[in-house]
Design a protein around this ligand. Structure first.
Ligand SMILES: CC(=O)N[C@@H](CCC[C@H](N)C(=O)O)C(=O)O
Length: 372
């Protein structure tokens, strides 16, 4: 059996991961592919490093939006795959190569076999940060072609191929990035009494931040604070004048996000007083929760129940974030998890999703879209 063209496309895209708003090669690749399709049914508009593609329906009464993200992550790939990333320190470790090839598969099918309604395909940059969905939503192009219903998927390494996991209501958390800069007084490693050591201050702060989760957030309303990166100091025998923490906050409710931030600010004040230093907080980019609308989600689940090739799993909410949440805040629709069966999870250097999921997703989506 010959290999699916969308597996080749996934592999091509896997080789060229680019960070948010730097997706120049990716945009060119997508454009070149889409422009190779018969031209009479669609129109393309570029938006920064992203794209909008409108495909005309046969007797449209509405527009259905389908969104894929297109950016990669700052991770050095460790899969040893023959089509590994050619970009040092960059990897499609969150499945956006899968998301794009599936979107191209659905787009190709819809161009070749038009459905009744119009479709808007959204190739969105910068999902991992700083966030492309919100500005794309506000763009002139989006407003002109605004869909009435919108959907998207995310790969899920923990489920087998053939599984689609979804739930009504909250699917993904509210997120906020977190950057904390500490500035004290450096000096000789042997004279700590003459300095304010920011490595020590930052270490205290990291452990204090975890007390917010265990002591301030209602245990039934979960939250996460992850510090993914710490930098500070210059060399082993100099006391550090500066340190920086980089992390992310996740909450299931908007109220908890506000509470967590207030507590961070209070703890930071304590560190400033206790260590006689200056501390600055920057919350970077924030994503609205992904909230699946009741009616379209129910209808999709009903469709999945009837499709014998699909194993439908009603999942719990996750602490992952997705700026697709901004689109769902304004337009009815849903997001779902697509099983890809990888022993290593999202954001891991050895993530290796099963490519059988690509044609499976294209076939489920194209079949579903005929009846929407
Ligand atoms: C699906 C997924 O993994 N999304 C990312 C979104 C990151 C948002 C932002 N950069 C942050 O870290 O808060 C995730 O890490 O959940």
């Amino acid at each position: 059996m010959s290999q699916s063209p969308f597996i080749k496309i996934r592999r091509d895209l896997h080789k060229i991961p680019e960070l948010g708003f730097q997706e120049v090669k990716t945009q060119n690749y997508l454009l070149k592919y889409i422009e190779s399709l018969p031209k009479d049914r669609y129109e393309i508009r570029t938006w920064r490093t992203g794209l909008f593609v409108k495909v005309l329906g046969t007797a449209p009464t509405k527009t259905i939006g389908y969104r894929t993200d297109i950016d990669g992550l700052p991770i050095e790939e460790q899969t040893n795959l023959p089509f590994s990333s050619e970009h040092e320190g960059r990897m499609h470790a969150c499945g956006h190569d899968f998301h794009m090839s599936i979107a191209l598969g659905v787009l190709t099918h819809i161009v070749e076999h038009p459905i009744k309604d119009d479709m808007l395909f959204i190739f969105q940059p910068a999902e991992e940060g700083p966030g492309g969905a919100e500005p794309m939503l506000k763009s002139v192009e989006f407003q002109a072609w605004r869909p009435d219903l919108i959907l998207a998927l995310h790969i899920a390494p923990e489920y087998p191929v053939g599984t689609i996991a979804i739930k009504e209501g909250l699917l993904f958390a509210n997120t906020s990035e977190l950057f904390i800069d500490l500035k004290g007084k450096g000096g000789h490693a042997a004279y700590p009494h003459q300095t304010n050591d920011m490595v020590v201050a930052a270490s205290y702060l990291v452990t204090q931040l975890q007390s917010i989760i265990s002591r301030n957030v209602d245990p039934l309303d979960s939250a996460v604070i992850t510090i993914g990166k710490i930098t500070g100091g210059t060399v082993q025998n100099i006391i550090a004048e500066t340190a920086r923490l980089e992390g992310t906050i996740r909450t299931l409710s908007v109220e908890s996000m506000q509470k967590v931030k207030k507590r961070i600010e209070a703890l930071v004040k304590g560190i400033e007083n206790g260590f006689e230093c200056e501390v600055k907080i920057d919350y970077g980019s924030m994503y609205h929760q992904v909230y699946n609308h009741e009616q379209p989600t129910k209808a999709f689940m009903k469709y999945l129940e009837k499709n014998q090739n699909v194993s439908l799993y009603v999942c719990k909410e996750a602490m992952t974030g997705e700026d697709f949440g901004y689109m769902l805040k304004e337009i009815p629709g849903f997001m779902f998890w697509l099983g890809v069966d990888s022993p290593y999870g999202l954001h891991h250097a050895k993530l290796e999703p099963n490519e059988d999921a690509i044609d499976f997703a294209i076939s489920v989506l194209t079949d579903y879209l005929v009846g929407v």
